[in-house]
Ligand binder design. Structure first.
Ligand code: C2E
Ligand code: MG
Ligand code: MG
Length: 341
């Protein structure tokens, strides 16, 4: 694989040389797919097919090169079966939700929870969202799935309210949801059906999802924001949106990606990124949430930096509904470890 990647880098360099045709400078972009003999096939035609699949993955992810991986192959038997089972799970509304607390750093108050999808496959056991969400996107099942998640999350949030806990709930949106003009009305219906105040719903979106079709996304996000729903940028720092775009987005919250947060103590550059993100957010009038807070040390540094909220294993792992409710009841709003720090 390393040798193939080295060859592709050389080819990429050669292709990127500007070409001068009649005084016009032309530059080319190329995406390449790599398949390896004998891992991905023994016949030339099989290897070409795999390289082709890998190339389309590279194009879709806007990468220069990608190595074949059977999980991405829509014709792979295992993938076909997983897709079929996923379709059934959606039809039966079987995908569950876990909840992870978001805690205010100054008061230690548990202000909300992020709903995270969990799929228990009858044979394979728990399949992580990083594996099944892309399949939902490829097969057009994502719309229905998102509505199911929203419905469960909103219903649960209302249950907490009835029990005396007015927390907010956050739901993740995928790139396709942001291009779906029907979404705002559907969200409104779900909120009305459960009589939940729109301010108690947060929708998390990634930068790259917004940038994929900026104009359309802004339209959909604008409608959601006008309804009083809070919008949050997830995995902030991993995408490539410019500050100009950020300023024009109707968001209230930035979630700093956990890769920066977890390495912050060991890596000075990451600490600088976290601090600058917090300052930037505050200057734009946005709140910050640090993701992936796992240690007391990280919590203390975030406190000094003025981060507004934390989420991570230090407070709690994502929990099934009943366990989350017990957590909420036992802490009675205040998460002591956070308020003490
Ligand atoms: P995310 O929205 O950034 O969610 C946070 C992820 O970080 C979750 O992984 C969570 O379990 C994990 N996490 C939380 N605290 C810690 C920590 O302290 N340390 C570490 N190492 N990890 C932590 P999960 O549940 O596997 O979800 C992965 C991603 O899948 C999510 O990233 C989100 O992008 C996506 N996802 C999950 N549920 C949904 C959904 O209902 N709809 C959509 N469209 N995407 C979803
Ligand atoms: Mg999220
Ligand atoms: Mg995230």
């Amino acid at each position: 694989v390393d040798r193939a990647l080295a060859v592709s880098a050389t080819l990429q360099d050669l292709l990127q040389q500007p070409i001068d045709i009649d005084d016009r400078i032309i530059t080319l972009d190329a995406s390449m797919g790599i398949s390896i003999y004998p891992d991905h096939g023994t016949r030339p035609s099989d290897l070409m097919k795999c390289a082709d699949v890998a190339m389309y993955v590279a194009k879709r992810n806007k990468q220069a090169v990608s190595v074949y991986n059977s999980q991405n192959n829509p014709y792979d038997q295992g993938h076909l079966e997983l897709t079929r089972d996923l379709r059934t799970a959606i039809k039966r509304n079987e995908i569950g939700l876990y909840f992870q607390p978001k805690v205010d750093m100054r008061s230690g108050i548990l202000v909300g929870a992020e709903a995270l999808a969990r799929w228990r496959h009858p044979v394979q056991g728990e399949v992580p969202p990083s594996k099944f969400v892309p399949i939902l996107e490829q097969t057009g099942l994502i719309q229905e799935f998102t509505l199911q998640v929203l419905e469960k999350a909103v219903r649960y949030c209302k249950q907490c309210e009835r029990a005396g806990y007015e927390i907010s709930v956050a739901v993740n949106l995928s790139v396709h949801n942001l291009r779906d003009e029907a979404l705002p009305d559907q969200v409104e219906d779900i909120l009305a059906e459960h009589d939940l105040d729109s301010a108690r719903l947060t929708l998390e979106i990634t930068e790259s999802a917004v940038m994929d079709d900026y104009m359309k996304s802004i339209e959909v996000l604008g409608e959601l924001s006008d309804m009083g729903i809070e919008l949050s940028i997830d995995d902030f720092g991993t995408g490539y949106s410019s500050l100009g775009y950020l300023k024009r987005m109707p968001v209230q919250q930035l979630k700093i990606d956990r890769s920066f947060v977890s390495d912050m103590i060991m890596n000075r550059d990451d600490a600088v990124i976290v601090r600058s993100t917090i300052d930037l957010a505050h200057n734009l009038g946005l709140k910050t949430v640090a993701e992936g807070v796992e240690t007391e040390e990280v919590l203390a540094v975030l406190g000094e930096m003025g981060c507004d909220m934390v989420q991570g294993y230090l407070v709690s792992r994502p929990l099934p509904m009943e366990e989350f409710f017990l957590f909420l009841k036992n802490c009675d709003w205040i998460v002591e470890s956070v308020s003490a720090a």
